[in-house]
Design a protein around this ligand. Structure first.
Ligand code: AKG
Ligand code: FE2
Length: 342
């Protein structure tokens, strides 16, 4: 656990010392995922806890996030309704028909880990109705087929977008930057959300416990996320696993009322690898259908991914070539869908 000494600015505000002034040990052999309580009133303490989670784990649960339970449960119900539609109706919205990567992904179409043969989940992707420039272009099932779907899903999208906007200042403070450091970079945030459905996978053959050998079939293959951070809501079915530095898969089971927040590769770039974008996967061996709602929050697409000043030092020169957020995300999306387009 990193416990930096707080610096005083003289006017009563406390700021954290820059991360580069601390020994940066990188990802750790964590055995559980920390919980961050957004009701914590001391913002410096909150930022310090977030910093610790981001340095060691790259994942944390968020409680007291303020999103009404009904907004979440309605969206999970809409996900169930959508995925219960006949395949032909879902396929009419096939993501491969969309230049902006919006719409339906059938089972085994996506391949998150190139070492795999396809993921055992189906998904529905959407973005903002008003932002995102060239990546705009949602597709929807006809309103008479799923009345209320679009409205409910967009209400959830807006609620999680607001939560993401609340987190950026905390991330900035956790990196010894002014709380408004990201403000100009998230004017038109290119946030993408997904509805995901993981059918139950067959149980392991008897004699093979969890952790025995490698999983052959995955709900979603081992990967890191592309954006700054992901806010994931999972229903009550466990499946998410996070890879620690010792090479062990640590489970991140659902904790009622919480979101899981994990850092993506854009954040690793912003922070010059000071914060970790941790590999994770999902394996649904519960015997039940699982639904989850990941929301990927990035900066505006025209923003350059440049290492933050507090994360660069003589000993830690910039590690990445500078690209824009849009170039980066589009490159990663193309890779993910390449196998099913050929
Ligand atoms: O469904 C989950 O638990 C994880 C989803 C995920 O990792 C993703 O969509 O990037
Ligand atoms: Fe992910």
């Amino acid at each position: 656990m990193v416990t930096p000494t707080l610096l005083s600015t003289g006017n009563g505000t406390r700021v954290l010392p820059p991360p580069t002034s601390l020994p940066i040990e990188g990802p750790s052999a964590f055995e559980s995922i920390p919980i961050i309580d957004l009701a914590e009133e001391d913002r410096t303490l909150l930022a310090e806890k977030i910093r610790d989670a981001c340095l060691r784990v790259g994942f944390f649960y968020i409680k007291n996030h303020g999103i009404p339970p009904a907004t979440i449960s309605t969206t999970l119900t809409e996900a169930q309704r959508f995925f219960s539609l006949p395949l032909a109706q879902k396929s009419a919205l096939d993501i491969r028909l969309s230049p902006s990567y919006k719409g339906y992904t059938a089972l085994l179409t996506e391949n998150t880990d190139p070492a795999n043969s396809g993921d055992l989940h189906e998904g529905f992707d959407l973005g903002s109705e008003t932002e995102q420039g060239e990546m705009r272009g949602n597709v929807w099932p006809p309103a008479d087929v799923l009345p209320g779907f679009r409205e409910h899903v967009l209400a959830y999208y807006e609620a999680v977008l607001q939560l993401g906007r609340r987190l950026f200042p905390l991330f900035a403070l956790s990196l010894s930057l002014p709380g408004d450091w990201f403000d100009e970079k998230i004017q038109h945030p290119a946030a993408i959300m997904r509805l995901l459905h993981y059918p139950p996978q067959p149980p392991r053959p008897s004699g093979e416990g969890e952790g025995a050998g490698e999983e052959k079939q995955l709900g979603i293959g081992a990967h890191t996320d592309y954006e700054c951070f992901t806010l994931l809501y999972q229903d009550s079915v466990p499946a998410l696993q996070v890879l620690n530095a010792a090479g062990q898969w640590v489970s991140a089971p659902p904790i009622p009322g919480t979101f899981v927040c994990n850092l993506g590769d854009q954040f690793a770039r912003w922070t010059n690898d000071v914060y970790v974008s941790t590999v994770h996967r999902a394996v649904n061996r519960s015997g039940r259908e699982r639904y989850s709602l990941p929301f990927f929050f990035g900066t505006d697409y025209d923003v350059k991914l440049e290492a933050m000043p507090s994360c660069v030092s003589e000993d830690r020169p910039p590690r990445y070539e500078v690209v824009t957020a849009g170039e980066y995300v589009k490159g990663r999306l193309e890779e993910t869908y390449a196998h099913s387009k050929s």
